[in-house]
Write a protein that binds this ligand. Structure first.
Ligand code: SF4
Ligand code: ZN
Length: 459
């Protein structure tokens, strides 16, 4: 692509995975930190084509090392609007993966990148990746007139960048949260993840952003304006079939078509019956825990195990791929802030477990009376301790459980015998018993008699 870049750049490298054994360095990721951010700024704030690396570049990094990473892209253009930031930012994942020997996973402040040994040997540096990004963005989006890329690997600079990025993510999410599904006539779809989850269609509405967290309704609207035939398209809302579950005829029809008929119906706000499909890059998973009739949430950054005894990664492997999984749902962190968050299942009243880090992060979205009733990894590590905790705290699901237990007891009571007799003799004419003689008597000892109805007749 560019003589300056010592490796190939192209779509064919998109699916390339860099395993630990072939990795030169690990950047950001679960054991370090990082964030990516793309901003639309006035033209005078962008030096077109400039790429900067603040901190050591790959040639100054130790083989096998782990470093924090910040990616900051500034773009300018007459037709650009702030609402496009999320969509362009999401593209970073795809463009980075075009670079041979460079792997980019996830989005926002959970990115995780690697450079392969082969690429490092050829001399690939972050600087080159920046140059490739400049070209790719400008080629794909005519509306981007100027672009500047900065990488941070210096720890302090990365920290500052993460703080800046989080403020922007929050602002974007808050803007989206102020609008509701009923306020608009058109929704958006995103088909970007069909490249690896062919039946996955993200339905993006004001009350539900895409699973990766990068595409909100506003961003969907802006994307359609600049790239009408791109992966983000309009979905006419159609009829409201169920406002609580979030079922719309427009979404059903669209998803049916774009999933080649494999998905018939979608509930936007429930993890039961027809939950939204999950691709693989969701920020968190909501999962049903039948033992307590509650819902847990686990996010990608949490490395411990859920009360099921499995970590996020194992659960993600079972949930993703573009299918509807009963009781499991890939979601964005922003969706936790949605006023319609799993409203058909009871919303926050039904949430029983989440990692402490996530609970703290969305503290403001959790109803005050629920905050202390939701267990974290330090309160409950398995189903037994979770049950105990919920009972102690008087969580709403416990009342439901108690009601269910009572109903079961009542059902048992209903089938109490109407009479118990020490011995009961029945003449057995007409009662067919295999192997018995033609005339015989049946004697029941300690017989319990169950009957639908008892009629007592005076002789
Ligand atoms: Fe698009 Fe959804 Fe994939 Fe995000 S998770 S890139 S919104 S399809
Ligand atoms: Zn995805």
């Amino acid at each position: 692509m560019d003589e300056e870049i010592p490796v190939d750049v192209g779509l064919i490298y998109e699916g390339e995975r860099i395993r630990k054994s072939s990795m030169y360095v690990d950047l950001a990721g679960p054991k370090s930190k990082g964030a990516e951010l793309l901003r639309v700024v006035p033209p005078e704030e962008v030096e077109d084509g400039k790429v900067e690396v603040i901190g050591p570049d790959v040639d100054q990094m130790e083989e096998g090392g782990r470093y924090p990473l910040g990616i900051y892209i500034k773009v300018a253009g007459e037709k650009l609007e702030e609402d496009l930031e999320g969509v362009f930012e999401r593209k970073l994942h795809y463009f980075c993966n075009y670079v041979q020997g460079f792997m980019h996973l996830n989005s926002r402040d959970i990115i995780w990148c690697r450079i392969s040994k082969d690429a490092a040997k050829k001399g690939l540096k972050l600087y080159h990746i920046g140059k490739a990004l400049v070209k790719l963005y400008k080629t794909e989006f005519d509306v981007i007139e100027k672009i500047q890329v900065t990488f941070y690997t210096d720890e302090k600079a990365v920290d500052e960048h993460i703080a800046r990025a989080r403020k922007v993510y929050e602002k974007r999410d808050a803007r989206a949260a102020a609008l509701k599904d009923e306020d608009v006539d058109v929704f958006y779809s995103c088909l970007l993840c069909q490249s690896f989850a062919p039946t996955h269609v993200c339905a993006i509405t004001p009350s539900r952003s895409g699973g990766c967290g990068a595409v909100t309704w506003f961003e969907g609207r802006a994307a359609v304006k600049v790239d009408p035939s791109g992966p983000i398209q309009e979905i006419p809302k159609g009829e409201v079939i169920d406002p609580v579950k979030g079922e719309f005829s427009g979404i059903n029809e669209y998803v049916r078509e774009k999933s080649n008929g494999s998905i018939e119906r979608v509930y936007l706000h429930s993890i039961f019956d027809y939950p939204h499909t999950s691709c693989g890059c969701f920020e968190a998973i909501a999962f049903y825990i039948p033992e307590v009739d509650g819902i847990g949430i686990v996010h990608r950054d949490f490395h411990g195990v859920t009360p099921f005894g499995i970590p996020f990664s194992t659960m993600a492997g079972q949930v993703g791929g573009g299918v509807q999984s009963q009781g499991f749902l890939g979601i964005s962190i922003a969706y936790l802030r949605s006023p319609k968050f799993l409203q058909a299942d009871g919303g926050w009243q039904r949430i029983v477990w989440m990692p402490s880090q996530l609970k703290e992060r969305v503290r403001d979205a959790i109803p005050q009376e629920m905050y202390d009733k939701i267990a974290t990894e330090s309160d409950a590590q398995d189903l037994e301790s979770l049950k105990e905790w919920l009972k102690q705290k008087g969580h709403p699901v416990v009342e439901r459980l108690a009601e269910e237990e009572k109903a079961e007891e009542e059902a048992e009571e209903e089938s109490q015998p109407v009479a118990t007799v020490p011995e009961l003799t029945l003449p057995a004419q007409g009662v067919p018993v295999a192997g018995a003689p033609a005339e015989f008597t049946i004697i029941f000892k300690n017989a319990k008699i169950y009957a639908e109805k008892v009629i007592i007749r005076r002789k």
